[in-house]
Unconditional design. Structure first.
Length: 321
């Protein structure tokens, strides 16, 4: 089979490409390299079943060309990371809204099965945890740029649902919760690679706020497996699924675990939010996935724990510093 991955030179996209190539599929990776990199896909560059197109998914012509003859689209292209959204708000919002709109238009025209990469950010600051797929969205003011990622991804999901009902588009939505692993960049506010890099350099580990905010991390290998399970199971069509790990940790605890796992002498430094982020930021205190739905349908469960995630990320970062 042949698949298009938008954002195919990105973090999750490049891991997905590897999985599909391993299965014997053909992969077309479309990426404008705004956040992804050729390094992420260099190991497939000579692969006869891999094609890379450097281009913008907002460009319909590019997208038409990239989707020629494909059996499915994994739409992962997006602008993400809190820092990036705050520093480049307009470009990010346009990418996340119109990028998906363009992909869905093209997919719907030929009824190409499409995976939409959505996010736990969708749930905003809903205090009722763990978060189920039917949990409410509790979102801050639209005047705060920070929420535009959540807003755009919610509209993306609605667009998919509407293309499903009006054009018969087959689609499935995966809502990723804090997906981490090798090749993720720490540049846009992704906490785990940033902590591991600081730990390996012996630099202070900067915890924003008081560190009591918590997250659950999921290894990218597990996330890719979850994505594949729902994409290739027709019972999942037209639905959204949480894809997230096990084990809640506060960000302070995460810093301590990273220090212990890497044997680092780094100290933890607490940085007030006002100093860490441009205006318009507001954190979510907890974000815990309920993954019962994907487990019950497909038997998927995350397999790799936080220590394994840190080891894998550290192994990759060691090769770069
Ligand atoms: N990593 C996570 O924890 C996480 C959590 C929730 C949701 N997601 C979603 O998963 C998807 C993949 O995220 P990721 O972590 O791999 O991030 P990433 O930044 O590594 O990947 C996104 C890719 O999209 C590319 N891109 C951006 N705009 C583009 C455009 N206009 N045309 C073509 N390519 C473009 C970027 O260059 C990048 O390679 C995204 O849709 C993201 O919103 C990720």
């Amino acid at each position: 089979m042949k698949f298009l991955i938008t954002g195919g030179a990105g973090f999750i996209g490049s891991h997905l490409a590897a999985r599909l190539l391993d299965r014997g599929d053909h992969v077309v990776a479309l990426d404008d390299l705004s956040a992804g990199s050729k390094k992420n896909i260099e190991k497939f560059s000579g692969h006869s079943q891999f094609t890379f197109i450097e281009g913008n998914m907002l460009d319909r012509q590019v997208l038409n060309q990239a989707s020629q003859g494909v059996d499915g689209i994994f739409h992962l292209g997006a602008a993400l990371g809190v820092k990036r959204i705050l520093e480049r708000p307009l470009e990010s919002l346009i990418t996340n809204l119109h990028g998906t709109e363009t992909v869905l238009e093209v997919a719907a025209g030929s009824k190409i099965k499409t995976f939409i990469a959505s996010t736990s950010e969708l749930y905003g600051k809903n205090p009722e945890q763990p978060l189920r797929e039917d949990s409410d969205r509790v979102i801050g003011s639209p005047l705060l740029v920070r929420w535009t990622y959540s807003e755009a991804k919610a509209i993306d999901e609605s667009l998919a649902v509407i293309y499903g009902s009006t054009h018969g588009l087959p689609f499935v939505i995966g809502r990723f919760f804090n997906t981490v692993g090798p090749r993720q960049t720490g540049a846009y506010g992704m906490v785990l690679p940033a902590f591991v890099k600081s730990a390996l350099l012996g630099a202070p580990i900067q915890v924003y706020g008081d560190g009591s905010q918590s997250r659950v991390f999921c290894h990218v290998d597990d996330a890719v497996e979850g994505m594949m399970r729902i994409f290739f199971d027709d019972r999942a069509l037209g639905q959204a699924f949480n894809i997230g790990g096990n084990g809640e940790v506060t960000i302070s605890q995460l810093a301590e675990i990273v220090i212990a796992e890497t044997g680092s002498a780094s100290k933890i430094e607490y940085v007030p939010y006002e100093k860490a982020y441009p205006k318009g930021f507001e954190d979510t205190m907890r974000r815990i996935p309920d993954t019962t739905k994907i487990l019950q349908l497909t038997g998927w469960e995350p397999k790799k724990d936080l220590r394994k995630i840190i080891q894998d990320v550290a192994m990759q970062i060691r090769t770069e510093i």
